[in-house]
Design a protein around this ligand. Structure first.
Ligand code: GTP
Ligand code: MG
Length: 277
């Protein structure tokens, strides 16, 4: 009777980010950690479809509902008998597949009222060794901008029509590949992304103004600007907290997870997931 079938996990997380960031490597690692007996090979191929996996949160990772679990806590034994599970959807990061997959998936999950597909959080993975390349930085920031815009539109749209606020969907920017000596530290990853998103939304605002001859058309597009409407100030992730979107930038390494020397591997991302549960 201790083997009673666990209810299917209803907490969903969406894994987004540009191609080569390490999303599938992360997914594969979590899968093998959840079921060590069925060790799978790390796929290093560019993904073309998304996959959904069920992950077991390590019992030593605290959850929001049980944040004071400690190693000596007897309830830990309970936790390993009754593990916390969640579902993670890995998406392809290639530019041509984003609209039809990552963004489409985000829109569907973010607006879903079905608890089975309800979105608890978004993990946006970046390759921190690749961001020194201007083209990759721009591509990464453009994708993140579009993701945050979907979440902002959701937050604003729901807030207007009903008194019940839409449940917040936090974003984790997983600053991956911290094991590489060329990797940028999470602090500068944050700065670079914020500065680049600022440029993107400023040129977008300018484009909107140039394109619309009458102010009515401009009004209609106002919700399409990330952060404050007029894009006067400098963009920072903090601006999004006004609409209830919390963005964390946290370093880690999929490659280093088994070794102690590369920071904490994926542990801090697992802790972020735990705080959403
Ligand atoms: P798409 O499927 O194209 O969107 O890419 P992806 O984000 O799924 O990338 P994938 O997981 O295929 O990883 C790309 C490459 O990065 C692979 O060669 C991985 O082995 C490598 N990689 C992933 N994580 C790390 C890491 O933490 N450190 C290092 N050094 N390499 C990593
Ligand atoms: Mg992949």
């Amino acid at each position: 009777f201790y083997r009673a079938a666990a209810s299917p996990p209803s907490s969903n997380f969406l894994l987004l980010g540009p191609s080569g960031a390490g999303k599938t490597a992360f997914t594969t690692l979590l899968e093998s950690k959840s079921a060590p007996a069925t060790k799978k090979l790390h796929s290093t191929h560019t993904s073309q479809t998304s996959t959904l996996i069920t992950v077991t949160l390590p019992p030593t990772v605290p959850t929001a509902s049980n944040r004071y679990r400690s190693v000596n806590d007897p309830s830990l034994k309970e936790a390993s008998k009754n593990p916390v599970q969640y579902r993670l959807r890995d998406t392809p990061g290639h530019g041509k597949l984003r609209a039809s997959q990552g963004i489409a998936e985000l829109q569907a999950m973010a607006t879903s009222t079905d608890t089975k597909t309800k979105l608890r959080g978004v993990i946006f993975m970046v390759d921190t060794a690749a961001l020194v390349d201007e083209t990759i930085l721009r591509d990464t920031a453009t994708y993140l901008h579009d993701v945050l815009l979907v979440l902002q539109q959701r937050a604003l749209g729901k807030g207007k029509s009903s008194t019940k606020r839409a449940a917040e969907i936090p974003v984790l920017v997983a600053a991956n590949k911290q094991d590489l000596f060329t990797a940028l530290p999470p602090g500068s990853v944050r700065e670079k992304l914020e500065a680049e998103i600022d440029r993107i939304r400023k040129s977008k605002t300018k484009g909107l103004m140039d394109a619309s001859m009458d102010s009515a058309a401009l009004d209609a597009e106002e919700e399409d600007v990330l952060g404050d409407d007029d894009a006067q100030g400098v963009f920072g992730f903090k601006l999004l907290e006004q609409v209830g979107i919390k963005v964390d930038v946290t370093g880690g390494a999929v490659k280093g997870d088994q070794q102690e020397e590369f920071g904490s591997g994926v542990r801090r991302w697992e802790e972020w997931v735990g705080m959403c549960l």
